[in-house]
Ligand binder design. Structure first.
Ligand SMILES: NC(=O)c1ccc[n+]([C@@H]2O[C@H](COP(=O)([O-])OP(=O)(O)OC[C@H]3O[C@@H](n4cnc5c(N)ncnc54)[C@H](O)[C@@H]3O)[C@@H](O)[C@H]2O)c1
Ligand SMILES: [Zn+2]
Length: 675
């Protein structure tokens, strides 16, 4: 592979993984199976090893998890909360073992624990009392959810026995399968009431992990308590004097009153690890919670120190993940959905089948290529897989079960909603309905996308209101929102009270303050997700700059690439889009970046950073300095403006003090940056 080709692939993978991470950790949605996700991550890792110049500090391979949210106090972890390296096959496990034995040059014991599928939590105890609970966040800092964690009944608020005076433990908060079902039953019951009272129904919880993440971030602790969460503890952070092995640590945790399952075991070889994995492959479905693998940890604490960690995960542990489960069933028919961009998604309707504890009736087929790849015929017996909980996927066909005269499945030629002839551009997998202006699901989908939380955030306008507004002829596109009047609304919208009208119009007015990058995302240009919109707005600081850029200029933007560039060109070539933008501009929406005041505050200031830091990595610190107009230098001289000194700063600090260079702590640096 040439460097150029590799760069292209690295960009595509990075963008995809960033987006998937954001969806997974911030929005709580999983678009693809973990296995597919991990495959992409491995591909990226390998490319970065082969082409080291392509490795960026911002690469998804260097980052843990999501990011802290704004609803809670952000707290820095005393030591980073890492991820685990993972594998789906036995060979990698053997390799892991070989490497450990080679590095340590001796035999080791392992502890096998199930990999609990929930949300990681850091807990600090002082004098036996829980004083702080923080989510993993981005691994460096997370959300302070102490108040919510206190509602978890299996979490001890006061310990017993000979616990250390102050220490941190980590564990997994989860929602048991039973609580998950009870919660959904409760929501269904509440929905009956809501519908009777003309209120919008609540969405059912998608899966226990997602439900747990959502519950833990509720603002009202009473609501958290209602969701009935649980917690399993899986380790102590740092060294406790009398504990020398992980296994002893786990047992001591139990003695002090923590909740641990009885499933963990100490073994003496990688063969025994494999026996454990095989045993739980079947039995894990009988456990009260969802598990997605086994975590294998070197037992000796001393060896943990010797082996250390990479930026992302400890070297003394690995997660073995179980492959998704499969079942066979009948493909009854295929229906086609039209998305907001006109993209057509085929969905398979299946004869109901039990899979990993749930009933499956539908599976996504993605696009025509997927149907061709599977060579689907009508009435085929197909294999479906479920990666944990996401929409199941058809992975293959049992051809031996196919009738001789079975007809291949033909992709539709016309839009199921408006009957326009579908098109498929070269290089695109998806078919599209090009009737942008009057294909009903597209019109509605674009409007829904526009008001969504991550876009213009007009939460006074829900799906039903949009339906009514369209039906009554009050809106046909997003610019029409800004022409709505109280008179027209009260005239045409039955059952719409003054208060609702006021809310609706206030929401519309407030949206005029939404920053440019989100307006750009709200426009719903094909392939321009929220991350890409942000990247674009950093380079093209207003809409005119973007619309007058060439395809090549757009494609050059970091992480953007050719396909997205082409899509933007297509967008601006449609006169109705330009007309729409003109109307939105006239309405007063933000179409240019408002430079943050802090940016540029470090204009041409020279920085040296030394020592070890807690809040930022060295590279992040360098990036921040550059982003704010400063420059990074490596050696101290009288010309340097600031030395940022972390722990163990050493000789540079002494020299700086001698030369009278201003010395900043990491905290002071953070304040300087934040203005
Ligand atoms: N499908 C998607 O779109 C998508 C997106 C992002 C992430 N993911 C999945 O999430 C993974 C990355 O998530 P991650 O960084 O949280 O890693 P991870 O969940 O694979 O492993 C780390 C976590 O395991 C948990 N854990 C559970 N039981 C444990 C035990 N007994 N001992 C120690 N830790 C235990 C800990 O909370 C820890 O934070 C990816 O590999 C991928 O499979 C999927
Ligand atoms: Zn259509």
């Amino acid at each position: 592979m040439t460097l150029e080709k590799a760069k292209e692939r690295v960009d595509i993978l990075s963008t995809k993984l960033h987006d998937l991470n954001k969806r997974y950790y911030v929005d709580g949605v999983q678009d693809i199976s973990d296995q597919e996700f991990d495959l992409m991550m491995h591909e990226l890792q390998e490319l970065e090893v082969e082409f080291p110049t392509l490795l960026k500090t911002t690469s998804p391979t260097q980052r843990v998890g999501g990011e802290p949210t704004k609803n809670f106090k952000t707290v820095a972890h005393e030591s980073p909360m890492l991820s685990l390296s993972n594998t789906y096959n036995k060979e990698d496990l053997i390799e892991f073992n070989d490497r450990i034995l080679k590095d340590l040059n001796t035999q080791v014991d392992y502890v096998c624990e199930l990999k609990y599928d929930g949300v990681a939590i850091s807990l600090i105890y002082e004098h036996g009392a829980l004083i702080q609970a923080v989510t993993r966040g981005d691994g460096i800092q997370g959300d302070d959810v102490t108040v919510n964690a206190r509602t978890i009944r299996s979490l001890p608020l006061q310990l017993v026995g000979d616990y250390p005076e102050r220490f941190e433990v980590r564990g997994e908060v989860f929602m048991s399968k039973q609580s998950f079902e009870e919660n959904n039953k409760r929501i269904e019951l509440e929905n009956i009431d809501r519908i009777a009272n003309n209120k919008k129904a609540q969405i059912l919880l998608a899966n226990p992990r997602n439900a747990c993440a959502g519950a833990l971030k509720q603002q009202d602790p009473k609501k958290v308590a209602e969701r009935k969460l649980d917690v399993y503890i899986y380790g102590i952070v740092g060294q406790v004097e009398t504990i020398t092995t992980h296994f002893d640590g786990l047992n001591r945790l139990k003695e002090w009153g923590f909740n641990l399952p009885n499933t963990f075991e100490k073994v003496t070889s990688i063969d025994e690890v494999w026996t454990f994995i095989e045993k739980w492959g079947k039995n894990r479905h009988d456990l009260p919670l969802e598990t997605d693998g086994v975590v294998i940890k070197v037992d000796s604490e001393e060896f943990h120190k010797k082996l250390g960690a990479t930026a992302k995960s400890p070297r003394w542990a690995i997660a073995y993940k179980y492959k998704a489960e499969a079942a066979k069933t009948l493909l009854k028919s295929v229906t086609y959905q039209v998305g907001r961009t006109g993209a057509i998604t085929p969905v398979a309707n299946l004869e109901a089948v039990q899979l990993a504890g749930t009933t499956v009736r539908r599976a996504s087929l993605h696009n025509a290529n997927e149907i061709a790849r599977l060579d689907l015929h009508i009435n085929d017996k197909v294999y479906v897989e479920k990666g944990g909980e996401i929409i199941p996927k058809i992975t293959g066909v049992d051809v031996s079960d196919r009738e001789k005269d079975a007809q291949p499945l033909e992709f539709i030629t016309n839009c199921p909603a408006c009957n326009s002839v579908l098109e498929r551009q070269e290089g695109e997998a998806q078919h599209y309905c090009l009737n942008i202006t009057s294909c009903p699901p597209q019109v509605k989908g674009r409007i829904q996308h526009f008001v969504a939380r991550k876009a213009m955030n007009i939460d006074s306008i829900g799906g039903e209101t949009i339906d009514q507004l369209i039906e009554k002829g009050l809106i046909a596109n997003v610019a029409d929102f800004y022409d709505l009047t109280a008179e027209a609304l009260s005239d045409k919208m039955e059952r719409f009270k003054d208060k609702s009208i006021e809310n609706l119009l206030n929401g519309v007015i407030a949206s005029k303050n939404i920053p440019y990058e989100r307006v750009l995302f709200a426009l719903g240009i094909r392939h321009v997700g929220s991350t890409i919109a942000e990247k674009l707005s950093e380079v093209f600081k207003n809409i005119d700059a973007l619309l007058s850029a060439t395809e090549e200029q757009i494609a050059e933007v970091y992480e953007v690439g050719g396909q997205i560039a082409k899509s933007i060109i297509n967008f601006k070539e449609a006169p109705e889009n330009l007309f729409l933008i003109d109307r939105l501009k006239a309405a007063g929406l933000q179409f240019e970046v408002v430079e943050k005041e802090t940016v540029g505050t470090l204009e041409d200031k020279l920085f040296v950073c030394t020592g070890t830091f807690e809040i930022f990595s060295r590279n992040e610190m360098h990036d921040l300095i550059k982003e704010h107009g400063g420059k990074v230098r490596t050696s101290i001289s009288a010309k340097i403006d600031y030395l940022v000194a972390g722990e163990k700063a050493g000789s540079k600090l002494k020299k700086a003090e001698k030369l009278g260079v201003t010395v900043l702590t990491e905290e002071e640096f953070k304040n300087l940056i934040e203005g």
